[in-house]
Design a protein around this ligand. Structure first.
Ligand code: GDP
Length: 418
């Protein structure tokens, strides 16, 4: 078979770096939460007894972190890697997502134009359902047909989001916390700003699904120009889809070279989001339809391609897998950086702040103790001095009295003898 098995891919998948990193940073924040709670209780109790070594601001700072850490833990638990797909209607966005998910999840084809944003994410307990933005109701989805029907039934505006929850164990990308977002075609006169603000600002990777049968369109380019004004150096992949349809062209290599050059110019010169070398790793020529079919066949234990092998199919299949490999590297790297870097800095600064408070408390306690022993020493010294003075005085008196007595005695005996 052309495709490596799901398990093999998963064990070496860069996505696992994100998953492991997420687990680790979650564990660390469990510890930080413990530490913050303990410290909060300690300073609150101590402040009641002693308002000298603990200041009100310290108590506020430490106890304030309890809620902050709880908030960070909630965000961390929800963190995922997000990939957003854009392109003109019918270029094959839904087909690409389905091919990557190895299943017909999103409706595709004529009459199934996606007219709102669809987000596919993993669900727990093997459930499949959808949720619209304005309701908490889980609508059961058992099949693509049902999903398409449910989407038609809803009166949805183009910038609403419908979340589709699909069993995690059915696809390793979902299990590894990748979330897919399919957009309405960029040719449907969208409100680009609203789209970007609502659905794109936290995307780790953008995939432009272009049609290999034509050149990049102004509408497609405009969208990414907009994106790159709002995000610094977005990660953009360009898939020239429907490459199978050009398989029998006479000048296939020239067509490919021309598309590649234009796409690279767009990324490197127009958007300035990558170097020419990087651009080579971002532009692919694929057929989502073929890959999806091949994977569905393989799922059933059949060869990837039944019937006559379309010209160039193994190459296109390989190129799709190559895209997935580069995509996984890219999304994992970006998500780790954007999602975890800030939290780990925050975690560090919280523990440092609490440490500073504790150190200040310790210093103040030490100073108070020193002060007290200093007072004690002074008193002692005074006492000693007085004692000595007393001794001296007594000694002096004794001698004086002695002399006086002697003097009196002498004078008395002198008087007697006279
Ligand atoms: P979307 O509107 O961008 O989501 O496009 P769809 O995924 O719904 O695809 C539109 C039509 O193009 C469907 O009938 C697909 O089967 C077909 N299609 C998608 N990808 C390919 C491809 O690589 N090659 C060919 N020949 N047809 C494709």
């Amino acid at each position: 078979s052309v495709a490596p098995s799901t398990d093999l891919r998963n064990s070496s998948s860069p996505l696992q770096r994100f998953v492991k990193g997420k687990r680790k940073i979650n564990d660390i924040f469990v510890e930080i939460e413990d530490y913050v709670l303990d410290s909060g209780n300690y300073v609150t109790a101590l402040y009641k007894e002693n308002k000298v070594i603990l200041l009100e601001n310290d108590v506020k700072l430490v106890t304030g972190y309890v809620d902050k850490v709880k908030g960070i833990r909630e965000v961390l638990a929800r963190d995922h890697m997000k990939v957003a797909f854009f392109g003109r209607t019918s270029n094959g966005k839904s087909s690409v997502i389905n091919a990557m998910l190895r299943d017909k999840i999103l409706p595709s084809g004529i009459g199934h134009t996606t007219n709102c944003f669809l987000q596919v994410e993993g669900s727990e307990n093997g459930e499949s359902y959808l949720m619209t933005e304005d309701s908490k109701e889980k609508q059961n989805v058992k099949s693509v047909g049902q999903l398409a029907h449910a989407l038609c039934k809803e009166k949805l505006s183009e910038s609403t989001l419908v979340r589709i929850f699909w069993p995690r164990d059915k696809c390793f990308l979902l299990r590894d916390d990748v979330v897919f977002v399919d957009s309405p075609g960029i040719d449907v006169t969208p409100n680009l700003d609203e789209w970007i603000d609502k659905h794109c600002l936290d995307a780790d990777v953008f995939v432009l699904v272009a049609n290999a049968e034509s050149t990049l369109m102004v509408t497609e380019k405009n969208f990414f120009h907009k994106v790159s004004t709002k995000l610094s150096k977005p990660n953009i992949f360009i898939l020239n889809n429907r490459w199978d349809a050009s398989a029998s062209e006479d000048f296939l290599d020239q067509v490919r070279a021309q598309h590649s050059e234009r796409a690279a110019d767009f990324l490197v010169k127009e958007l300035k989001v990558c170097t020419p070398k990087e651009a080579n790793e971002r532009i692919f020529f694929v057929s989502a339809k073929e890959v999806l079919q091949a994977r569905l066949n393989e799922e059933k234990g059949m060869p990837p391609h039944s019937g006559a092998l379309a010209e160039g199919f193994p190459n296109r299949y390989f190129e799709f897998q190559d895209f997935e490999k580069k995509f996984e590297e890219c999304i994992s790297k970006s998500a780790i950086k954007t999602k975890f870097e800030q939290h780990s800095q925050r975690g560090k600064s919280i523990s440092q702040d609490i440490r500073d408070v504790m150190e200040a408390v310790y210093e103040r306690a030490l100073a108070t103790q020193k002060e007290q022993s200093l007072v004690k020493k002074e008193l002692n010294d005074k006492l000693n001095y007085t004692e000595q003075q007393l001794l001296l005085v007594t000694q002096e008196m004794k001698e004086k009295i002695h002399h006086m007595v002697e003097d009196v005695e002498q004078r008395v005996s002198k008087a007697l003898s006279e």
